[in-house]
Design a protein. Structure first.
Lengths: 293, 306
């Protein structure tokens, strides 16, 4: 029987490490993640504590009450190293939860649509199409406006727009796999539907979901930060890359670092995730190059 | 083709209808009484009842919905809660400003992305190619709000070359660059990838072996075929530029456009205006989607619609 699927899963971790995009993307992202998780753990209080005598300190200076401030302090004398790290935890955490929820809901609906077809498929895809007919940020803005700002509503708003991409992609994949010979063969020897779904079709969808998931995390970090920048996401005194950058807007002429540094971290995190996603796609399934967004 | 267009038209109409309904229902569940918003904090229950009556908010929701639909089909979108101005008037004042910004950013980025992409693909793995790929990679991860702040800081606050606020033509430069950066990075990549794919085709080898100059091969033979995926992206980018990309940028640069209007209406809970904005964006998005599909047929004779 001819082998139609040429996906590289299992036992090829060393091959994966040979792809430069994956290595660079993963190491940059993991470094940022480590920084964001470890730094606030060393001293939780410093994230919000205001050293009023040490306001507007440039990066790398010292102040008697704080000691060395690697990334400077803000208008209220808070240590930006800690705020940026803690903000990163929020941004990355929110984005990851959102992407996972989107993937779960979208994949389940996409599989149901692709596998069962008929009216169920029509209904699910119609809703997804309506969802995709509107720009993500607008829908998120609308939902946050209706539900009120805050982390929970932000996640809800982003999931409400994110699942449709997963649903479309997974459905397309299921449709492609459903027509393969080995599925037909399984059916011919009397394998029940549910077993065909779980044993033969589901494993073929993991790759597309994983690639989209990685890139969605990056994308959601951007959306979360934009909404937090506009004051509709993470609320102060909690830190987020978006609201730190917003707080620095009034001091662009005197304290450049407040807005600049969180943005640099954000760009590094998002770019590394996109790079990692690209690398994973090249590795897992070269044919999908023009498939995933 | 005609049959296809009719089918698509019907589906677009249905999507549009679904979106307007969702927006209408969602906003009816929004917190805060619009009547309180107009009346302010110090008004008594009688005045609130009066305002509710004036905006028809005391009637059953189905009746309100029917009225909303009949207004919609007459091209009206209700009145804004603040100042009681027709929403259509607000939007038609703001939308041209956004279109001006969106089109100039779109033209600028298309020109840059096409030429850089052409160069990168035809000089694969050269220094220029690596730079182009690098720009595209980092540009994709650059958040627009941050680009906007950085441009503002460098060119308006520090160097004082450009004004921070105001309605002049120089005021347009920074927002245009902000929006262009993202569009360039996305488009550049697709132009390059798609050209590289086409350049590997057999007919390109044929053209080269005929002895045609490389210039002709790339511009005449490869470029047109590479355009197909590019058109989709450019079209959809333009749509999302008008709809969403503008919200953050316009707010930061205080550009009196559609995105600014939308965000301000959300912040002051002016729901009729929010509703109107969403409906207009959905309409633009759906129509541009269709336009992209129609352009497909024109540039790719292999694509036919039944």
């Amino acid at each position: 029987m001819r082998r139609q699927e040429s996906t590289n899963t299992g036992g090829s971790f060393r091959q994966l490490l040979r792809i430069r995009k994956v290595v660079v993307g993963a190491s940059v992202f993991l470094t940022i993640l480590l920084f964001c998780v470890v730094v606030p753990l060393t001293n939780q209080k410093r994230v919000t504590y205001q050293y009023l005598r040490c306001r507007f300190l440039p990066p790398g200076t010292t102040c008697s009450s704080v000691g060395l401030v690697l990334m400077g302090t803000d208008a209220l004398g808070r240590d930006l190293t800690y705020r940026i790290a803690s903000g990163g935890c929020y941004s990355i955490g929110i984005a990851t939860i959102t992407a996972l929820l989107s993937a779960l809901i979208g994949a389940v609906l996409g599989i149901v649509a692709g596998f069962f077809g008929g009216k169920v498929e029509g209904a699910i895809m119609a809703v997804a199409d309506v969802q995709l007919a509107l720009p993500t940020i607008l829908v998120a803005l609308l939902l946050v406006a209706v539900l009120g700002p805050g982390v929970r509503n932000l996640v809800l708003a982003m999931v409400a727009t994110g699942w449709a991409q997963h649903a479309r992609l997974t459905r397309a994949r299921v449709l492609a796999v459903r027509g393969e010979y080995y599925v037909e063969a399984a059916r011919a020897i009397g394998v029940p539907n549910i077993r065909i779904l779980f044993r033969h079709i589901l494993p073929q969808t993991y790759n597309v979901i994983l690639v989209l998931l990685t890139q969605q995390i990056g994308w959601y970090i951007m959306v979360e930060s934009s909404l937090s920048y506009l004051g509709l996401g993470v609320q102060v005194p909690a830190a987020s890359w978006g609201n730190i950058a917003a707080a620095g807007r009034d001091y662009l002429s005197s304290a450049w670092w407040i807005s600049t540094l969180p943005g640099l971290m954000l760009t590094a995190a998002v770019s590394s995730l996109f790079l990692l996603g690209d690398g994973l796609r090249d590795f897992l399934d070269p044919r999908l190059k023009h498939f995933a967004k | 083709m005609v049959g296809y267009l009719v089918g698509r038209g019907i589906r677009i109409f249905l999507s549009f209808f679904a979106i307007t309904t969702i927006v209408f229902v969602a906003l009816r569940f929004a917190p805060g009484d619009p009547a309180m918003l107009i009346g302010g904090d110090g008004v008594g229950p009688e005045q609130i009842a009066l305002v509710r009556h004036e905006f028809g908010l005391d009637r059953p929701i189905l009746l309100q919905y029917g009225e909303f639909l009949s207004e919609l089909f007459q091209g009206r979108l209700g009145r804004s809660l603040t100042g009681r101005v027709p929403v259509v008037a607000l939007i038609s004042k703001a939308l041209p400003k956004t279109l001006l910004l969106a089109f100039s950013a779109w033209i600028l980025s298309t020109a840059i992305a096409l030429s850089l992409g052409l160069y990168a693909a035809s000089h694969r793995n050269s220094v220029g190619d690596l730079i182009a790929v690098g720009i595209a990679g980092i540009g994709r991860g650059l958040p627009d709000f941050w680009v906007a702040i950085m441009l503002l800081m460098v060119f308006a606050v520090r160097l004082r070359w450009l004004p921070v606020l105001g309605g002049s033509i120089t005021h347009m430069i920074l927002p245009t660059i902000t929006i262009s950066i993202q569009v360039i990075s996305l488009t550049l990549r697709i132009v390059r990838d798609s050209l590289l794919e086409v350049l590997g085709m057999d007919y390109i080898r044929t053209a080269r072996s005929k002895g045609l100059p490389e210039r002709t091969v790339i511009l005449k033979h490869a470029f047109r075929n590479a355009l197909i995926p590019v058109v989709t992206v450019l079209g959809l980018r333009l749509a999302s530029l008008i709809g969403a990309g503008m919200v953050v940028t316009e707010t930061i640069f205080n550009w009196p456009g559609f995105g600014n209007l939308f965000l301000r209406s959300i912040q002051i809970q002016d729901y009729p205006t929010v509703q109107g904005c969403m409906i207009v964006v959905a309409g633009i998005f759906l129509v541009l989607n269709l336009a992209v599909d129609v352009i497909y047929v024109t540039i790719d004779p292999r694509v036919t619609y039944k």
